[in-house]
Design a protein around this ligand. Structure first.
Ligand SMILES: [Zn+2]
Length: 133
């Protein structure tokens, strides 16, 4: 069931609200940026995400084919979400579940995790090893 969560960066400059069904799954990935930033995310359509404040506090980082905007707070460096278009052209937000405020840890424990092997541009199967991600 979708639930509305509030989330923020560490210093609180960036605040958002997102409607997420954690039971539908979260994801981790072994690509260079997800690995370095320990990303654990849940993807939602852009219509289920509302930036409440801090638009001016957000920097934008892109690399590779520049498909995804990796947003981060200029003050505290925390990355509350990334944004981009999915394969069908729909705008999405990939929300860091670790930036959700007041989320019951049990909800995170119970959330299924899907692993992407984007280090090898492989969307079809998870990486052989995931314990370090
Ligand atoms: Zn911040």
């Amino acid at each position: 069931m979708k639930k509305t969560y509030r989330g923020s960066c560490h210093c609180g400059a960036v605040r958002f609200e997102a409607d997420i069904d954690l039971a539908q799954g979260t994801f981790r990935c072994n690509c260079s940026i997800c690995f370095k930033t320990r990303a654990w995310m849940a993807a939602v359509p852009a219509s289920d995400f509302r930036l409440l404040c801090g638009g001016e506090a957000l920097a934008d980082y892109q690399f590779g084919n520049h498909a995804i905007h990796h947003r981060f707070c200029k003050t505290c460096g925390v990355r509350p979400f990334s944004q981009g278009k999915d394969l069908k052209g729909g705008e999405f937000r990939a929300v860091r579940v670790t930036c959700l405020d007041g989320v019951d840890p049990q909800e995170l424990v119970a959330a299924p995790v899907k692993y992407f092997d984007m280090r090898h541009d492989n969307m079809k199967s998870p990486p052989a090893e995931t314990r370090h991600l």
